[in-house]
Design a protein around this ligand. Structure first.
Ligand SMILES: Cc1cc2nc3c(=O)[nH]c(=O)nc-3n(C[C@H](O)[C@H](O)[C@H](O)COP(=O)(O)OP(=O)(O)OC[C@H]3O[C@@H](n4cnc5c(N)ncnc54)[C@H](O)[C@@H]3O)c2cc1C
Length: 400
């Protein structure tokens, strides 16, 4: 039940206005959280959300992620109605997802993950090379044995999604404060009762921390816990080839390439591509970094080996982004051990956008003491110490 009255006091404060925090704030308001504040040191979606490739798929080897992605997909495909805002747009392109592999361990993991999806009622078929070429005429099928197709998938726009959640949250009465840095948590015993900011303290019934790569800096001093989180730099490139990579072509995941490259249409004709391996640990506050020429050349060669016409491609642009990586490349969702009044959502490890609608609702439910739609236990913080890591057939990595 809402309790607070004073203007510097809220029932719920969400720290971080990325796509996760904006989703939490909207869901909290929709669930009747009372006075809700969303606070960010910058602007809405100016953190890692604005760097996202924004691919949406339910293809995972970790079945808990399949469930969160499936629930989120139903929000992305019904976005304006879900937010009760006819102008809300997440930029969805339902172009499908094509995952290809060789006849090796990774290829078998693709097959097993497709079977798991089907067992969960998701359309995810193994198709043949001819069908794959119909979907993606540029595909070079040499050396490929496995072609998995998920028609209900594609990509959207994380910036649009976050700003739409924020606007809908405002309409439901959420207060949004931008340009306010949270410097710490206010605690009484083992309870979090508010936040310290560069604009003064603010009291809260519950604090939800959605500060991504900056989470450990904020939570470790206040809680005394060691937060297992590494900021990792990843490179993304846009290529332009004589033949366009059309918007109707599926998102491509190439498990047969050395770097497990992912790619999708960018704009109307370019190809956005990125290596799917671990990146480089770095300072979370680093801005855009140079993409070394050897990285560009290496990715370009892998793309050209898989897509016709891309041997003649030029590099249109490059950029970098930060993943918030946990030891098992899956997020931590829910409370922290030994602490009341605090919920966290961090460690999305390069695949959090596609989960953000479901995660927002689950964290809001958890913060309000409601039953969650699905159990958050698999995503508990304690799993790292318990050795109960969330790792599937793909091992550690953003494909998860
Ligand atoms: C290059 C790249 C490609 C990706 N591709 C995909 C993809 O294809 N599909 C997919 O599902 N996911 C993808 N992801 C992951 C996905 O984009 C992220 O998981 C998601 O955007 C994270 O959202 P967030 O809200 O947790 O974090 P952020 O957007 O980083 O938001 C965190 C916010 O917290 C604020 N903050 C931090 N510290 C403080 C403080 N002390 N006080 C106040 N505010 C603070 C920051 O300013 C920031 O706005 C990708 C990520 C990257 C980097």
């Amino acid at each position: 039940m809402p309790t607070s009255q004073a203007s510097d006091s809220y029932d719920l404060i969400v720290v971080g206005a990325g796509v996760v925090g904006c989703s939490v704030a909207w869901h909290a308001a929709a669930l009747g959280a009372g006075r809700v504040l969303l606070v960010d040191r910058g602007g809405i979606a100016e953190g890692t959300s604005s760097q996202s490739s924004s691919i949406l798929r339910t293809h995972y080897s970790v079945k808990e992620n399949v469930e969160l992605a499936r629930r989120s997909w139903s929000v992305f495909t019904n976005f304006a109605a879900y937010l009760d805002d006819p102008e809300a747009d997440c930029g969805l392109n339902r172009c499908g997802y094509l995952i290809v592999g060789a006849g090796d361990e990774r290829g078998e993991a693709v097959r097993a993950s497709l079977a798991q999806q089907r067992a969960m009622g998701i359309s995810a078929e193994e198709i043949d090379a001819k069908q794959a070429l119909e979907l993606l005429p540029l595909l070079r099928t040499e050396g490929l044995d496995v072609f998995g197709h998920e028609p209900e998938a594609g990509y959207a726009d994380a910036y649009l999604t976050a700003t739409a959640f924020a606007r809908a949250a405002r309409r439901r009465g959420v207060e949004v404060r931008q340009g306010v840095r949270v410097t710490g948590l206010t605690t009484v015993g083992s309870r979090v009762v508010g936040i310290e900011t560069d604009a003064g303290p603010i009291r809260a019934g519950t604090v939800v921390c959605a500060a991504n790569v900056w989470t450990n800096r904020l939570l470790e001093p206040a809680t005394g816990l060691v937060i297992p989180l590494v900021a990792e730099r990843h490179e993304v490139m846009a290529f332009e080839a004589p033949e366009p990579y059309l918007p109707r072509y599926p998102v491509l995941k190439d498990m047969a390439s050395a770097s497990m490259v992912y790619a999708r249409c960018y704009g109307r004709s370019q190809l956005l591509a990125s290596p799917g391996l671990a990146g480089h640990a770095t300072d979370p506050d680093e801005g855009q970094a140079d993409v070394p020429l050897d990285v560009v050349a290496d990715l370009g060669e892998q793309v050209a080996a898989r897509l016709r016409s891309f041997e003649e491609a030029g590099v249109a642009s490059t950029w970098t982004g930060l993943y918030d990586v946990t030891p098992d490349w899956n997020p931590v969702l829910g409370p922290l051990p030994g602490w009341d009044g605090l919920q966290v959502g961090f460690g999305f490890s390069g695949h959090g956008f596609k989960l953000s609608p479901a995660v927002g609702r689950l964290l809001a439910q958890s913060a309000l003491g409601l039953a969650t739609d699905v159990s958050l236990t698999p995503y508990r913080f304690e799993r790292f110490d318990e050795g109960a890591l969330l790792v599937g057939r793909y091992g550690k990595g953003a494909v998860s």
